[in-house]
Design a protein around this ligand. Structure first.
Ligand code: FES
Length: 126
């Protein structure tokens, strides 16, 4: 196993906000084309702010830790702050990822963008 930070291991072993929001305001599911790992994000949005974020993921420890940290970073964020969140921010919040695992945090950025795009487009939650 790559040398993960203690924060990555903590979020992998004790994922935060695991699961799915009932009747979410926005939802998205993405697949990492490089490896086939998947993440699903559901959001509760109130007055332009994310009040709840939950995830489901199938993937490597880095992908699961990144999805978990993403929900932590999104909770309480405005929609503009959420849009500005990048994979490097998620990786930094995890105290870094091994160089061969940096791509795993991209899954988090992609699923945030897809969920917010769906929300902006008024796509019904599925
Ligand atoms: Fe697939 Fe990490 S190896 S997301």
């Amino acid at each position: 196993m790559p040398a993960y930070s203690a924060t990555v291991l903590d979020h992998f072993q004790n994922p935060r906000n695991l699961g799915e929001i009932d009747l979410p305001d926005a939802v998205a599911e993405v697949e990492n084309p490089a490896c086939g790992d998947r993440a699903r994000l559901s959001l509760r949005i109130l007055d332009g702010r994310i009040t709840e974020a939950r995830f489901l993921a199938e993937g490597c420890p880095a992908a699961i830790a990144a999805a978990s940290m993403t929900t932590v970073l999104l909770t309480g964020a405005t929609l503009a702050e959420a849009r500005a969140l990048r994979d490097v921010d998620v990786a930094a919040a995890l105290d870094g990822l091994p160089s061969n695992k940096v791509h795993c945090s991209v899954l988090a950025e992609d699923v945030i963008r897809e969920a917010l795009d769906a929300y902006d487009a008024g796509v019904p939650s599925r």
